[in-house]
Ligand binder design. Structure first.
Ligand code: MIC
Ligand code: SF4
Length: 639
C-alpha cells in the first residue's frame, strides 16, 4: 500500500501495537539528545536505572541552555554532564558549541531515523527527514537504556506546499501561517508531514525552522521528505554517506490536507502572548520597538544570519532599541567570520551573544519594563523573556532586521531589493568541541562528578485508590509549562535540585502556591484546555509532585506534559462533561476515586456535595506505572 513518510518510518520502528490512529504504539528509538537544563535530571534517572552503557545508535548531551555561570551551579552541572557522558558512551557537545537542535541537525541527524530529545523542539531534525519527538527526560533515559518510546499512533496531516516564497518572506512565515490556521492545539495527536512541489524550494535549515516551530501547534512531530536537497546538505556537512531517499509514495493518502501556496505568503508576526496569535506585519507596522533579538533554535542558521548581516550592512541599529544576536552554532560563526559578514553585524552595533539559547529562555537580555521585543524565536509566553510585562512578538529574521534598522515594526518589503549572498558548497566541519564516547573498558573507569547543587532524586510511594485533598489552584486554558515551572536566570540553575526549584512552582500565577501546597499536605489542580503546553521540562510535573499534587483535572492536556505527569505519578484526569469545570472551585475538598485506573473515575466534591464523572486516556501500562508511583520504580523493577 502506498505510504506517507511517517507511515514508512513508523512501520520500520514499531515494536509493539498496531498502526491505528489513537492506539498506543511502542517505537524503537535510534537516536537521543539531551540539553543541560533537562539533562542533569535525565542522567540521574539513567544512572538510577542501573545500565552501564547507552543502547542507542547515537546519544548526544548538549550544554546550551544554562550557561550564565553566575555561581558554581551551572559549571557543576556541566562537569557532571561531561563525566556522565564519558562514563556511559554518550557524545558530549561542550558549552559554546551551539544550540542542541542546530548542532544536531548539522552533525548528527539522519533521514529515516527515530530521535527523542529532552527538549520540545527536537522535531527540528524533521527538517532532514528524521522522525524526531520531544519527550520528558525520564523517557529519554529509558530510551537510552534500550526501552521503546510509546506514543499514540498519530493522524497524519499532509501540508501541501506549492509555489515559491517571495523575496523578504521566509520559512518562519510558513510556520506562522500554519499556526495562524490551526493555533496552539490544532496539532495535538497529529504529525504534520510536508509534501508537494514547494518542498524543493526550501533548504534543509528552512525546513528545520518549520519543523522546529511546528511544536507550537502541539503536534507529535513535523517532517519533511529526504530528497536531493537533503543529500546536498549532508554532503556539505561531510556526511553524504548518511543520506537515504525518503519520499511519500505516489498515491499516499493523508488524514487531512492543509494547502499552502508559498507564493501568496507575506511577512507575519505572532502577537503577545501566544505563538498562535498571528497577523500580517503590515497591520502593525510602525509600532515602537525596544529590543530585537535574533537567534534561538528556530532561526539561527547560517542563511538566517547572512540575511541579517547583509541587510544591516553599512547601517546602524536604531537608537530606539538594542539588538542581540545568538548564532546557532560555532559552524555558523566560523562561516560569518570567514566571509566577513560578521563584521557587518559588529559595525552596525548588534550585541553578539554566545551560541546558546540565551534570551529565548530568559537567560539574560530581558526587555525593559513593558518593553516591546521582536524576536526570531518560537515562544512568547508571558514572562518567559524575564520581564513580566514585556510584549514579545515572534517574526522572521527579515522582519527582525528591518525593525532593528528603523526602530519600529517594519514590513521588510519596504526596504527595497532583497540582499544577495552566497551559501557555501561545503560547511567548515570541525567537531573538536564534541567529545566522542570512550571505549567501554576506559569508560567504566570514569568517576561521575557531582557538585553540591545536585540533589538526590526524590522517591514517591504507590498511589492509594482514593486521592483526597483540596483544590489548590484553578486555572483557565493554555497554561504553559513556563507558568507551572518558570525558567530564566534565577530559576534555571536549580534544575538539578528538586526541593529548591519547587519553591517557584506557579510563581507568577499564585505566589503562595508552594507554601499552600505544603501546608495542606498537597491536593489538586483544576485547569481548562491544553494544560501543559510548551516545554518538555519534567520539572513541571516533578516539582508539583514533590509539593504533594495528586491529580490534575482538566478539559485537555498537551502531549509531552501528559506523559511527564504519568512518569512522576500525578494522575492526569479530564472532565467527562467539560461544563463540569464550573462545578469545582479553589478550596473545594475532594475525594477522587481512582481505583486501579482501568476505567472512568469519580470526583466527589465534598464541599459542594456533588459527584462529577471524570475520564482519562491512560493505557493499561500508564495505569500500572501511575499506581506504583511513577516510571522510575516501574522500570527499575523490570531492568
Ligand atoms: C523551552 O524552549 O521552553 C526549553 C527551555 O527549551 C524547554 C526545555 C526546558 O525547559 O529545559 C523545551 O522546549 O522543552
Ligand atoms: Fe533553547 Fe529557546 Fe530552542 Fe528552547 S526554544 S531549545 S530555550 S533556543
Amino acid at each position: 500500500m502506498a505510504g506517507t513518510i511517517t507511515e514508512k518510518i513508523l512501520k520500520q520502528h514499531i515494536v509493539e501495537g498496531s498502526p491505528v490512529v489513537g492506539e498506543e504504539v511502542a517505537l524503537k528509538i535510534d537516536h537521543t539528545l539531551t540539553q543541560d537544563a533537562t539533562g542533569t535530571m535525565a542522567y540521574l534517572q539513567f544512572e538510577a536505572i542501573g545500565i552501564d552503557r547507552v543502547k542507542t545508535e547515537v546519544s548526544v548531551s548538549f550544554v546550551d541552555h544554562n550557561t550564565l555561570q553566575t555561581d558554581f551551579k551551572n559549571p557543576d552541572d556541566h562537569r557532571y554532564l561531561q563525566s556522565v557522558a564519558e562514563k556511559f558512551g554518550i557524545y558530549f557537545s561542550r558549552p559554546g558549541n551551539g544550540i542542541c537542535h542546530q548542532v544536531f541537525l548539522e552533525r548528527f541527524a539522519r533521514p529515516g531515523k527515530t530521535l527523542i530529545g529532552s527538549d520540545s523542539h527536537t522535531p527540528t531534525a524533521g527538517g532532514i527527514g528524521s522522525f524526531a519527538m520531544g519527550a520528558g527526560g525520564l523517557d529519554v533515559a529509558t530510551a537510552m537504556a534500550g526501552a521503546p518510546f510509546r506514543i499514540k499512533y498519530p493522524q497524519i496531516v499532509g501540508v501541501k506546499l506549492t509555489g515559491k516564497l517571495p523575496d523578504w518572506v521566509s520559512a518562519k512565515d510558513v510556520i506562522l501561517e500554519v499556526l495562524r490556521r490551526i493555533d496552539v492545539k490544532g496539532g495535538v495527536g497529529k504529525v504534520l508531514e510536508y509534501f508537494g512541489p514547494g518542498v524543493k524550494t526550501l533548504s534543509v535549515p528552512d525546513r528545520a525552522t518549520i519543523t522546529n516551530m511546528g511544536t507550537e501547534t502541539g503536534c507529535t512531530t513535523s517532517i519533511f521528505p529526504s530528497d536531493e536537497i537533503t543529500k546536498e546538505f549532508l554532503i556539505a556537512q561531510d556526511r553524504g554517506d548518511q543520506w537515504v531517499s525518503l519520499e511519500p509514495d505516489a498515491g499516499a493518502t493523508y488524514d487531512e490536507i492543509i494547502d499552502i501556496n508559498l507564493s501568496e505568503l507575506e511577512p507575519l508576526v505572532a502577537l503577545p502572548h501566544s505563538p498562535g496569535k498571528v497577523k500580517p506585519v503590515r497591520e502593525l507596522a510602525g509600532m515602537k520597538v525596544d529590543q530585537v533579538s535574533i537567534g534561538s533554535c528556530t532561526n539561527s542558521s547560517l542563511r538566517d544570519l547572512k540575511v541579517v548581516a547583509n541587510v544591516i550592512k553599512d547601517k546602524t541599529v536604531s537608537e530606539n532599541l538594542h539588538m542581540t544576536i545568538s548564532a546557532g552554532s560555532r559552524q555558523v560563526v566560523e562561516h560569518l567570520i570567514d566571509s566577513g559578514e560578521m563584521k557587518y553585524l559588529v559595525q552596525a552595533g548588534a550585541r553578539l551573544l554566545e551560541n546558546t539559547c540565551g534570551p529565548c529562555i530568559g537567560m539574560g537580555s530581558a526587555p525593559c519594563s513593558a518593553g516591546v521585543s521582536v524576536r526570531t524565536f518560537n515562544r512568547n509566553f508571558e514572562g518567559r523573556s524575564g520581564t513580566k510585562d514585556a510584549q514579545v512578538y515572534l517574526a522572521s529574521p527579515e522582519v527582525a532586521v528591518a525593525t532593528a534598522i528603523t526602530g519600529v515594526l517594519t514590513d521588510p518589503r519596504t526596504l527595497g531589493e532583497y540582499p544577495k549572498f552566497d551559501m557555501p558548497k561545503r560547511f567548515f566541519v570541525n567537531d573538536n568541541m564534541i567529545i566522542k564516547p570512550l571505549p567501554y573498558n576506559e569508560a567504566k573507569e570514569v568517576d561521575v562528578v557531582f557538585g553540591p547543587n545536585i540533589a538526590p532524586l526524590p522517591t514517591f510511594p504507590p498511589l492509594p485508590d482514593v486521592l483526597s485533598g483540596e483544590v489548590l489552584l484553578k486555572t483557565g486554558d493554555n497554561i504553559t509549562t513556563d507558568h507551572i515551572m518558570p525558567a530564566g536566570a534565577k530559576i534555571l540553575p536549580l534544575r538539578s535540585n528538586v526541593p529548591e526549584i519547587s519553591k517557584y512552582v506557579f510563581e507568577a500565577v499564585d505566589s503562595k502556591f508552594h507554601d499552600k501546597a505544603l501546608e495542606k499536605g498537597g491536593g489538586f489542580i483544576v485547569a481548562g484546555e491544553n494544560y501543559g503546553q510548551g516545554s518538555s521540562r519534567e520539572h513541571a510535573a516533578l516539582a508539583p509532585k514533590y509539593l504533594g499534587v495528586k491529580a490534575v483535572i482538566t478539559k485537555s492536556f498537551a502531549r509531552i506534559h501528559l506523559a511527564n505527569l504519568i512518569n512522576f505519578g500525578i494522575v492526569p484526569l479530564t472532565f467527562k462533561n467539560p461544563a463540569d469545570y464550573d462545578k469545582v472551585d479553589p478550596g473545594d475538598v475532594l475525594d477522587v476515586v481512582i481505583g486501579d485506573l482501568r476505567g472512568d473515575v469519580t470526583l466527589q466534591n465534598k464541599t459542594k456535595g456533588i459527584d462529577i464523572p471524570l475520564t482519562h486516556t491512560l493505557s493499561e501500562l500508564d495505569a500500572e506505572i501511575l499506581k506504583v508511583g511513577g516510571k522510575l520504580p516501574w522500570i527499575k523493577e523490570r531492568i
